[in-house]
Write a protein that binds this ligand. Structure first.
Ligand code: F0G
Length: 460
């Protein structure tokens, strides 16, 4: 087995937040009270929190100092103009519309563009994107390449859209029923896998031929750009900024959750070229988010986003970031723990159905693994499998399960050290050795939409 080391952090720590391990007994009680749903666990009772990389980043001294120069004017705050110029430089779109987070950007964009009976193709929709399409009475369609569903394929761009399927789909449904095409970079619901420039260019050409606008779900655009630099021929000598500028040059706009690659705890935006559409979006924004120069955020938040977007392009940061995630993946893989390969940009995904082959899909092996991981080690992860994504057959009511049964270990940015990741790896390896003891669950109570957030379970 080759000896591997965590990447050295390109920062030092000048403020710390205490985290406290709990006892197994305590965690047993917490789990029972939480209805065996880790979303219901108070964060203080979690030792290492890998629930999400969203809004959990540590800000830099530069970002924190930016908060002090927040201009809290209702209209035209100077921080908006800073954010606007940074976004224009990276994304190269004419209009920048702040929102309080990514899903607000989605909701407003779809409210303006999507109507009943429409279809919205994506490589794979994230759950809020999917729900925001559905609530318009339209249908979200996932058109990612076949390799995306094969956890053993080492294809370098498993987030790519299947161009032939996209063409056929447009021919079948007609471009007038497809108000936009989206590409999610990196593809979160498919293992945090990148999309290549070549693929983006091809999608863009198909869209152009049919007059369909192409939008990016851009949450993790910098991590995607770093993968392009490392894996795509012709990009090894380009800067991350040059790569992002090229990516976005192929589209007409983007929705962004700043809670990921803008390295902040709250925020988002829409960026786009179309003047008329921008006008419409701003009017919708005023109804729910606020005036177009703040969009539901404080001036200080806008400043932190602007500064975060500048920092996320730094290559030493991205190298550390992507390698930290890869390091955790490597520790697990070396010990034979089944993981999705190659390791994605923001998370390691465990293959729960292979980890727990004795638990059938209708007893939710991924969910069972999140419960076991918390109980044994105080680690919080999230199931991306049967509970999150199963849909019910309209006639029989029987659950139809998604192809992959995953547990995501999302790594917050600049938060945990190499030693923390080693603790996580050891805990999972121990759990894998004792996997026979892990039990399945049944649902006690569930809601009809996005049930994973509120479902209550019991162990079988
Ligand atoms: N698109 C993608 C690809 C996402 O991963 C997320 C959020 C959103 C849109 C929505 O952004 O949370 O700011 O409203 N993903 C988080 C996650 C929640 O845990 O993966 P938001």
């Amino acid at each position: 087995m080759k000896h591997i080391k965590p990447p050295a952090e390109p920062f030092r720590i000048k403020m710390v937040e205490k985290i406290r391990p709990t006892t197994r007994r305590e965690r047993d009680i917490v789990l029972r009270e939480a209805g065996y749903n880790v979303f219901n666990i108070p964060a203080e009772k979690v030792y290492i929190d890998l629930l999400t990389d969203s809004g959990t980043s540590a800000m830099s001294d530069n970002q924190w100092s930016g908060l002090l120069i927040g201009d809290e004017s209702y209209a035209g705050a100077k921080n908006f103009f800073h954010l606007e110029s940074v976004v224009k430089n990276i994304f190269c779109f004419n209009h920048v519309i702040p929102t309080h987070q990514g899903r607000a950007a989605e909701r407003i964009l779809f409210e303006a563009l999507v109507k009943k009976g429409d279809f919205v193709p994506n490589n794979i929709h994230f759950d809020t994107t999917r729900a925001n399409v559905e609530i318009r009475g339209a249908q979200p369609v996932d058109l990612v390449i076949e390799e995306a569903y094969n956890p053993d394929s080492d294809y370098p761009f498993k987030g790519n859209m299947d161009i032939e399927r996209l063409k056929k789909f447009i021919d079948k449904k007609g471009p007038e029923r497809i108000p936009l095409v989206m590409i999610t970079i990196t593809n979160n619901s498919g293992g945090g896998q990148p999309v290549s420039v070549r693929n983006i260019k091809e999608v863009s050409q198909v869209c152009k031929q049919h007059g369909i606008p192409l939008f990016f779900d851009a949450c993790r655009f910098a991590e995607n750009a770093y993968f392009i630099k490392k894996r795509e021929k012709g990009y090894e000598h380009k800067t991350i900024l040059e790569i992002t500028q090229e990516i976005f040059s192929y589209g007409q706009g983007a929705t962004m959750s700043a809670k990921k690659d803008a390295l902040v705890n709250i925020g988002g935006f829409i960026a786009l070229d179309d003047d008329l559409l921008a006008e419409k979006l701003k009017n919708l924004l005023i109804l729910s988010e606020g005036f177009p120069t703040y969009g539901g955020l404080a001036g200080r938040d806008l400043e932190a986003i602007a500064r975060g977007l500048e920092e996320v392009l730094e290559e030493d940061y991205l190298e550390y970031r992507v390698n930290q995630v890869a390091y955790l993946g490597q520790l697990l893989d070396n010990a034979g723990v089944p993981i999705f390969k190659p390791v994605g940009g923001h998370a390691v995904y465990l293959l729960a159905d292979r980890f727990l082959p004795h638990i059938p899909r209708h007893q939710y092996p991924g969910w069972a693994l999140t419960v076991a991981l918390y109980r044994e080690a105080g680690i919080r992860a999230v199931e991306i499998g049967g509970v999150m994504f199963a849909h019910k057959d309209k006639k029989t009511g029987k659950e139809i399960f998604p192809q992959l049964e995953l547990v995501r270990l999302a790594i917050p940015r600049r938060v945990y050290t190499g030693a923390h990741l080693e603790y996580v790896a050891e805990a999972i390896i121990d759990l894998y050795k004792n996997r026979d003891k892990i039990r399945g669950l049944r649902i006690v109570r569930e809601s009809p939409h996005l049930r994973h957030f509120t479902v209550r379970m019991e162990e079988i």
